[in-house]
Design a protein around this ligand. Structure first.
Ligand code: FES
Length: 95
């Protein structure tokens, strides 16, 4: 994923060979990534501005800046982390 596609302070949902992954950039030189499948029933979450994610199915919200912690249920578990690193002008994901 091009680093330029992930603005500082934002989260985006990308498709990696058919797997949806949340990539977030809490600061200039830090990226984090998570499975985009809601831990409630698997629906793909949406980025809603800033580092917040929302599941369109039953409304769970997650904070990509805090380990994808649950902000609002019904989900009870954070989104599973995906290893991510910045290499040059790319975000490299280990999906
Ligand atoms: S599937 Fe995401 S809140 Fe139910």
């Amino acid at each position: 994923v091009p680093l330029a596609d992930v603005p500082v302070g934002e989260a985006v949902v990308v498709d990696v060979d058919g797997t949806r992954v949340v990539v977030a950039r809490p600061s200039e030189d830090e990226v984090v990534a998570f499975s985009a499948n809601c831990t409630h029933a698997g629906t793909v979450v949406e980025a809603t501005g800033g580092l917040e994610l929302r599941c369109p199915n039953h409304g769970s919200r997650f904070d990509a800046g805090d380990g994808a912690a649950v902000l609002d249920g019904p989900a009870e578990q954070p989104l599973p982390p995906v290893p991510a690193s910045i290499e040059g002008d790319l975000v490299v994901l280990s999906v």
